[in-house]
Design a protein around this ligand. Structure first.
Ligand SMILES: Nc1ncnc2c1ncn2[C@@H]1O[C@H](COP(=O)(O)OP(=O)(O)OP(=O)(O)O)[C@@H](O)[C@H]1O
Ligand SMILES: [Mg+2]
Length: 345
């Protein structure tokens, strides 16, 4: 007889991203997708979590002295272990809808960038265990992205996935559930934001916040200059460096394309290197199948066409590109076929 106490806990998959954390629950699907931001409050010398995710992001750049907003991940790996653990705990609790009713903790599948060192892998594993997981499995981000994008990863067909996240761009060539080649570069959405800030500072002597730069990118960001006479504009407020007063300027889309040229070129370069290192048989498949893009950075206007022009290959952006990694990691919990995609290390 099935006992009431025999429910298995809700195993979960987490895409612990530099910019966003996406949580998948076995049997349910994606239950949360929030910025990877934690607001920490200090009261009488003791640090306490004040907010996580959406609520914490709203506080960024606007906190009083006793409150700090922290992004515990940088470049795809954990930069602040303690805060990262608090964030993981928050998301596991959220996935369970309150304190766990189960005798054992869940299995947690967590994504790691393919370029993560052994020390970084261990740090992530420990943080997830400390957050209450009984079993921790790791999956490399490009593999998860490929599964989530619906690529034929279990077959002897080579496919290439390019995931542009907040912190890293990962290129993976996958065949038979293995990464035949991968390359990770610490260039992603954050670098694009920094490039916009640097441009505005250089050309207008205006200091703008991280959030403002990202907003400009989302509003009018584009991977190459728009056609003559076309293009959107964005109004940007910041602090004039020389005069020290608030000031506003208007940026055109051509200017933003100019600012973004460097990070975009570096992304193209990573893909080019990956193509050069792909075994000939697999490369032949990639020519047929083309390149699939995932991650928030794949939503930058024109980036897929720039990549197509530069490589001469067909490029498509996956459906729901910001969820692919979590969906792919989640599939390993749902379907044994995909267990082979988890990493041993
Ligand atoms: N429409 C858009 N145009 C350009 N960039 C976008 C767009 N939408 C989201 N982004 C950017 O995508 C990035 C977040 O993507 P994603 O959630 O895939 O990253 P992540 O998984 O958290 O990071 P990583 O994989 O590097 O750890 C942010 O830098 C965000 O500004
Ligand atoms: Mg990611």
């Amino acid at each position: 007889m099935r006992s009431l106490f025999n429910f298995s806990p809700r195993d979960i998959a987490i895409d612990l991203g530099t910019a966003n954390t996406v949580v998948y629950v076995r049997g349910t699907g994606i239950v949360a997708s929030e910025p990877s931001v934690v607001a920490m409050e200090t009261i009488n010398g003791v640090q306490k979590v004040r907010a996580v995710g959406d609520d914490a992001k709203l506080m960024m750049g606007k906190t009083p002295d006793n409150l700090r907003t922290i992004r515990p991940l940088r470049n795809g790996v954990i930069a602040d272990l303690e805060v990262a653990e608090e964030m993981i705990k928050h998301f596991i609790r959220k996935a369970h809808g309150g304190p766990s009713r189960f005798s054992r903790g869940p299995e947690v599948v967590i994504c790691i960038p393919s370029g993560a060192t052994n020390v970084e892998r261990r740090a992530i594993r420990d943080a997830v265990s400390n957050a209450g997981a009984d079993k921790v499995s790791l999956i490399e981000e490009p593999m998860a992205a490929a599964i989530g994008a619906g690529l034929p990863v279990t077959e002897p067909i080579g496919s290439m996935v390019v995931d542009i996240g907040g912190g890293t761009t990962e290129v993976g060539v996958i065949s038979l559930q293995g990464l035949a080649f991968c390359r990770s570069s610490r260039i992603g959405g954050d670098r694009m934001d920094e490039a916009i800030s640097a441009y505005v500072r250089r050309n207008y002597n205006l200091l703008i916040g991280e959030g403002t730069a990202e907003r400009v990118k989302l509003e009018i960001g584009i991977a190459r200059p728009p056609s003559e006479g076309e293009g959107l504009v964005s109004h940007v407020r910041g602090r004039d460096v020389a005069r020290g007063v608030p000031s506003e300027i208007t940026l055109t889309q051509a200017q933003v394309a100019d600012a973004l040229a460097e990070p975009v070129n570096r992304i193209v370069e990573v893909v080019r290197v990956a193509l050069e290192h792909t075994q000939p048989e697999i490369a032949a498949d990639v020519i047929d199948q083309g390149i699939t893009m995932t991650g928030g950075g794949s939503l930058l206007r024109e980036i897929s066409s720039v990549l197509a022009d530069e490589t001469g290959l067909p490029v498509r952006v996956a459906e729901d590109p910001m969820s692919c990694v979590a969906l792919g990691a989640g599939r390993t919990l749902e379907d044994r076929v995909y267990r082979g995609a988890l990493t041993a290390a």
